[in-house]
Design a protein around this ligand. Structure first.
Ligand SMILES: [Mn+2]
Length: 428
């Protein structure tokens, strides 16, 4: 599979270079930055342009020198010191497409200051050469637009990342059912997926009860609720395989016969339906609007909102309960780049005014990979704000009190866009 992947990637890079009138490009894996006044670094995160080509994701100071003609050179950083352990061998199908040159220190990296007409792709402040164009827009926009179409190799990696994450989700559910704390449940996930914290594509969201209403909840409480106080569990957690992420959310009710459990089932059902609509040619903005209409109907069914579903969407009433976008691109980054681009020239299609947090506004293409993650939350801040306006008249406040202790619901799957039947990488 890597063979076809390389073919696609090199074609895109070649065309990107041509558009930007460049003869070649240096792609830097990156390096970790230190904390302020400290010699301790933040976790290293690999440049996505680098791991698009080379699935070495945990090694800083590597450089790919790519030119349209000939084998690209990979300067693989392998310092001879006794501080760190680094990969001493490289394996995998990908390796045959590169001339691999181990470098032990900076002096062994060639001097690039004579290179003509080259770009440097890497983090802020990483380019030490005046002769190189640092992250040139034309090249970046072109590549970012086309990176949204995934090869079979990429889809397979995201599928493996789903499989692994689901193992963690299962372990986490068992932990919740036993009444364990958020922190214990987080650890159960880590053990089941064999991930270290820095290897996660994003910080796990492990939330019980009203914490489920905090969209990016990060605290993982250490205490266990009494069984009679335990109500709900929301987990948003992924994994990484060869630098590709999964991003999965599930919500559970402790009492499986509760009304909240029925509401989860309703959101789950509409989530599956939405996933089936991620077909070639669909506008993601339209899908987002459709999801809001379906969420409005659920809110009406559960006697939380009054009036028509259309009105609830138009007036922004559903935004009180679903204040984030339906989803985003997924791949080398959790929120993969290019979601707001309207073409390969880098023009931008902004999200609608009423939905500023929508991360994806594109018309879908075959083999785009994205998330579908609708939800319903009971967020104090937003509820109070709407109570102070006319909007509040359409909310059944007694029902809000019933549901508030449960926090919220989010269901999130990873979907591959196809002409007729999109592939759900998370279910089945
Ligand atoms: Mn997501």
């Amino acid at each position: 599979m890597y063979h076809n992947h390389y073919k696609y990637v090199s074609q895109i890079i070649n065309q990107g270079l041509e558009k930007a009138k460049l003869g070649g490009v240096l792609i830097y894996s990156g390096h970790a930055q230190n904390y302020f006044l400290d010699d301790m670094p933040y976790a290293f995160a690999c440049n996505p342009h680098f791991k698009w080509l080379v699935p070495i994701t945990e090694t800083p100071h590597c450089i790919i020198h790519y030119k349209p003609e000939g084998k690209p050179k990979l300067y693989l950083y392998q310092p001879r010191d006794y501080w760190h352990s680094l990969p001493k061998t490289v394996e995998g199908q990908w390796a045959q497409y590169f001339e691999i040159i181990p470098v032990a220190n900076k002096e062994e990296v060639p001097d690039f200051s004579d290179l003509k007409n080259h770009a440097w792709i890497g983090q802020e402040g990483s380019c030490e050469y005046d002769n190189l164009k640092h992250n040139p827009r034309t090249y970046m926009d072109y590549v970012h637009w086309h990176r949204a179409v995934k090869t079979d190799y990429e889809i397979d990696n995201i599928r493996q990342a789903n499989k692994l994450a689901l193992r963690g989700h299962k372990a986490a559910l068992r932990s919740f059912k036993k009444g364990f704390s958020e922190f214990e449940t987080h650890l159960a996930y880590m053990l089941a997926t064999q991930h270290n914290e820095y290897q996660l594509p994003y910080g796990n969201i492990v939330a019980q009860n009203e914490n489920g209403a905090v969209l990016h909840y990060q605290h993982t409480q250490r205490f266990r609720h009494k069984p009679e106080d335990l109500k709900s569990f929301l987990i948003d957690a992924g994994c990484q395989v060869n630098g590709y992420a999964s991003d999965i959310t599930r919500t559970y009710a402790y009492d499986e016969s509760s009304e909240f459990a029925h509401m989860i089932a309703a959101v789950d059902k509409m989530q599956v339906k939405m996933g089936q609509q991620a077909v070639v040619g669909a506008s993601y903005i339209d899908l987002h609007a459709q999801a809001h209409l379906m969420i409005a109907n659920i809110l009406i069914d559960f006697d939380i909102v009054a009036g028509s579903a259309e009105k609830a969407v138009e007036t922004g009433l559903t935004n009180v309960f679903l204040p984030h976008g339906l989803g985003h691109f997924l791949g080398l980054q959790v929120h993969d780049i290019g979601g707001h681009q309207s073409d390969e020239e880098g023009n931008i299609l902004s999200p609608p005014e009423l939905h500023p947090f929508l991360r994806l506004t594109r018309t879908l293409q075959e083999n785009n990979v994205l998330t579908i993650e609708p939800g319903i939350y009971f967020i104090d801040m937003l509820l109070e704000k709407s109570k102070a306006t006319k909007q509040g008249d359409f909310i059944n406040w007694l029902r809000i009190e019933d549901f508030k202790p449960y926090g919220g619901i989010r269901i999130e799957d990873n979907i591959v866009v196809k002409a007729e039947s999109p592939i759900n990488l998370t279910r089945g």
